[in-house]
Design a protein around this ligand. Structure first.
Ligand code: COA
Length: 375
């Protein structure tokens, strides 16, 4: 009989690809995109620079950045029929489902001969990064009965997204915070949605279909959907005193209920992105006033460290992102779509890498059923 491979639920610890896109060392909280530490990218680069580096392997010089920004800006608008598609969806539809539907529709509006055509690959990647924010902003307005706002080419990626929500030039700090939040969420190695993108991509499906499948994967509450649930969870804690917060956490842990925004398959220390987000939150509060829920989150982090820190359960990126987005006035059901408009760049970087040396994914299984039965 052939060797039976060891079964690892969730493929934990099983390499699914050789990759040069993102390096994580979960034991020490290291996160680097193509070798650049996330803290430096957050501080020194705009989101477009990071996207260029993720997709094409190198940080752009000033001229390349200007050209790349122009390419993205030229692809921001949506064809009126895509707006029509959005207008026919139920206004109660979750924005992640809307994003899945619209991205899937893009493959019909922009069909390509073959994903092996390098020009088609490149323009599809640019279109996807450019158009996803427009879909999210358009849906935000359409569902409340307003017309979508056309994108502006003179604004950066983050500022334009904020502009398309309400039609006002965003405060510079708000645009900066969203820009950094997008950079922090752009890539994270072989997480569930990226693995989904690589699997779909390995069949030579078109990039729009690849991203559609990845968005579906991101929508689950154990992945991108967690950030939306963190604030809902925090809102159930009425008494913010340390004793009450500890009791709340102990009760929940005793019931074996997951505490949203904590824990990570890879990080066994605090997620470095959570630290950067806390820095952003502090800047926002200094400019626009404090939010009580932030103090509650810090208290819960402290209590959780005492209760489950020994198990390597610490805040992940989702714990503070919702608090930042809430302060910016972004509705909670847009938190995961905002994650998606950042992560699309990572999915595409992995797709391009997968296609460089493609072999279709086809894992095996361990048979646990009965065999050779008679009907
Ligand atoms: N709250 C309480 N306990 C947690 C926990 C959390 N958020 N995350 C993990 N644990 C505990 C589990 O109960 C389990 O304990 P046990 O060994 O006593 O049974 C142990 O830690 C391992 O958990 P497991 O779910 O097997 O880890 P995983 O690597 O498969 O899952 C996550 C990782 C992210 C899915 C998981 O931590 C989680 O569900 N977190 C909450 C959702 C979230 O914030 N997701 C966003 C991720 S960026």
């Amino acid at each position: 009989m052939a060797d039976v491979a060891e079964f690892r639920p969730g493929l934990a610890g099983v390499p699914a690809a050789k990759s040069a896109v993102c390096l994580i060392d979960g034991q020490v909280g290291k996160l680097q995109y193509r070798g650049y530490p996330i803290q430096q990218l957050a501080e020194k680069c705009c989101f477009e620079e990071t996207v260029h580096m993720l997709l094409f392997g190198a940080l752009p010089n000033a001229e390349e950045l200007a050209a790349f920004k122009a390419e993205l800006a030229a692809e921001r608008s949506l064809k009126f029929r895509i707006i029509d598609v959005l207008k026919h969806l139920p206004e109660s539809g979750h924005p992640m489902d809307v994003l899945t539907a619209a991205t899937s529709a893009l493959s019909m509006f922009y069909p390509g001969d073959h994903v092996e055509d390098l020009a088609f690959r490149r323009i599809s990647a640019i279109r996807l990064v450019a158009k996803l924010p427009t879909v999210v902003a358009a849906w935000y307005r359409i569902r409340r009965g307003d017309e979508p706002i056309a994108p502006r080419a003179d604004l950066g990626h983050a500022a334009n997204f904020l502009y398309m929500l309400e039609g006002e030039d965003p405060h510079p700090l708000t645009a900066e915070v969203v820009d950094v939040a997008l950079t922090l969420h752009a890539e994270h190695s072989m997480n569930a949605s990226t693995f989904t993108a690589r699997v779909t991509g390995s069949t030579l499906a078109d990039p729009y279909t690849v991203v559609t499948s990845a968005i579906g994967s991101l929508s689950g509450r154990l992945h991108g959907g967690a950030n939306e649930r963190v604030l809902a969870m925090l809102s159930t804690i009425e008494d913010h005193s340390p004793q009450a917060v500890r009791r709340w956490a102990e009760d929940r842990l005793a019931r074996k209920e997951k505490i949203m925004g904590f824990g990570h398959r890879v990080y066994k220390v605090k997620d470095p992105r959570a630290d950067v987000l806390q820095g952003l939150a502090t800047k926002l509060f200094a400019e626009f006033g404090a939010t009580p829920v932030y103090d509650l989150a810090v208290e819960l982090e402290k209590q959780m460290a005492e209760l489950v820190g020994h198990k390597g359960i610490y805040p992940n990126v989702d714990f503070y992102s919702g608090i930042v987005y809430q302060k910016l006035g972004i509705p909670s059901d847009l938190y995961t779509p905002v994650f998606a408009i950042a992560r699309v760049s990572g999915w595409l970087a992995h797709l391009l890498e997968q296609l460089e040396n493609n072999r279709i994914f086809r894992p095996t299984q361990i048979w646990v059923g009965e065999a050779d039965r008679e009907v």
